[in-house]
Design a protein around this ligand. Structure first.
Ligand SMILES: Nc1ncnc2c1ncn2[C@@H]1O[C@H](COP(=O)(O)OP(=O)(O)O)[C@@H](O)[C@H]1O
Ligand SMILES: [Mg+2]
Length: 430
């Protein structure tokens, strides 16, 4: 299809002929988009995707023969360059979740308005260029399969990048799409903000676990974590900075290891610091979402962190670089940053200062109250991507060499983390 080489090639899959026509017409005047084929069911969509290798498929969920979820799964597995946008009516929320887990990159509620449709197509097309897409079960290279929960640390080497807000939204989004057991942990012992962002006031905090790491059982963990309306359970930071300072890195490590037995996902908000507590949280994590904003100072610090990751014993695939507050008007493009810091940007979260601050002040994460806001969708997509990246390994791909964060973190970083700060650690590794 040489004549379409410079355009975003789209396939429309919907069993209702009228819907296919409406969508095609809506895209007709977009100079950078071309509809290369239309399918009336999932099987046809898969076949046409193999034939045309489109950039984007608009996929209805409910279709005969092969439904949109099964078709998405097949396309994700078989045609790596194709991104799927799933479409469904409002009442199919449960299917939407499954579709995101099957590897869809974005979802649209039917009928989408033209602006939203076009924006989504361009958006997932851009993701194609930067991010590896992770199909369920295809990426985790852990050798030993366990039922232990996965720890996802949200970290930024630049303060104010959005760690707390993103961690809170990620935890809720993970709950929404996987319906597994999710904990949100405030890993900032001194200036913990998670309680505010989630609007939780409680007198149980991490102190209650840290002081009893040796008899931490399901009952104690249940007592100390605070239930949120989203069904995420929250482990709050100590009430005052003095008691926070008293918690040791080893205690924190034990707390997180204890939580692994009770939760499937443990999302940890961390502070911007290279102190021993924060480094311990990063050591323990299976994945670190490294947040970066489009400011030169943030980029500089992230570059520095990526360079430290090797010496700290974190393999490349442990870090997931996330561009937060992404805005094309800021004059820096994600692609140019990737070259500079020599790390792929895994995902982008749009910029919505007003909505984010309002959500923060109201104590209700955006993914709860405004699920269809583009930024909420970005975070939901990131949650799905992360869940997929952490899914158990497909046996054929399991090899001990690379290791995911957990395996790798356990190997080069001693269990008894040296309390020597960043420099001490780097020196002992020589
Ligand atoms: N995607 C976003 N768009 C706009 N503003 C954001 C976004 N993410 C976070 N913010 C804002 O950035 C500020 C810092 O967020 P916060 O989560 O406290 O950062 P950190 O925990 O990294 O210091 C807050 O005002 C928050 O509302
Ligand atoms: Mg914070």
């Amino acid at each position: 299809m040489a004549e379409h080489d410079d355009k975003i090639k789209v396939i429309i899959a919907d069993d209702v002929a009228e819907t296919r026509e409406i969508l095609e017409k809506a895209l007709y005047f977009e100079k950078d988009i071309v509809v290369v084929a239309k399918a009336a069911n999932g099987r046809e969509a898969l076949q046409l995707c193999k034939q045309h290798q489109p950039d984007v498929v608009l996929m209805d969920i409910n279709m005969p023969e092969l439904d949109g979820i099964a078709a998405t799964e097949a396309i994700v597995a078989q045609i790596p360059g194709t991104q799927v946008i799933i479409m469904s009516v409002q009442s199919e929320q449960e299917y939407l979740r499954r579709a995101m887990l099957a590897g869809a990159r974005e979802y649209l509620i039917k009928p989408p308005d033209t602006d939203e449709l076009v924006r989504s197509i361009r958006h997932v097309y851009k993701l194609r260029a930067s991010a590896p897409r992770l199909a369920a079960g295809s990426t985790d290279t852990t050798t030993a399969r366990t039922d232990q929960g996965k720890v996802i640390a949200v970290f930024s080497p630049k303060g104010g990048s959005g760690c707390t807000v993103v961690a809170a939204n990620m935890a809720v989004a993970l709950k929404q799409i996987t319906n597994k057991r999710v904990a949100l942990v405030d890993g900032n012992m001194v200036f913990g903000d998670v309680g505010v962002v989630m609007n939780i006031v409680a007198n149980k905090t991490v102190l209650d676990l840290a002081s009893r790491v040796n008899d931490m059982d399901a009952q104690l963990i249940n007592d100390v974590t605070v239930p949120h309306t989203s069904q995420v359970r929250v482990l709050l930071a100590p009430p005052d900075s003095q008691s926070g300072e008293g918690i040791s890195p080893d205690q924190l490590r034990s707390v997180l290891e204890g939580l692994r037995s009770q939760f499937d996902y443990i999302v940890v908000d961390t502070q911007t610091s290279y102190d021993d507590r924060t480094l311990t949280l990063l050591d323990v994590a299976d994945r670190i979402l490294v947040l970066m904003t489009l400011e030169l100072t943030a980029i500089k610090n992230v570059k520095q962190f990526c360079e430290l990751a090797g010496p700290l014993g974190y393999p490349d695939d442990k870090l997931m670089l996330v561009l937060n507050k992404a805005d094309s008007r800021l004059g820096i493009r994600a692609e140019s940053i990737e070259g500079q810091i020599r790390h792929k940007v895994t995902a982008q979260i749009g910029n919505a200062p007003y909505e984010m601050t309002l959500a923060l002040n109201q104590g209700v994460p955006l993914v709860i109250d405004r699920r269809n806001h583009p930024v909420a969708k970005d975070i939901t997509a990131l949650a799905a991507l992360t869940a997929n990246a952490l899914a158990p390994a497909a046996p054929a791909q399991a090899n001990g060499a690379a290791g995911n964060g957990k395996a790798a973190a356990a190997a080069p970083v001693p269990q008894e983390a040296p309390s020597k700060g960043l420099f001490g650690r780097l020196l002992t590794k020589r």
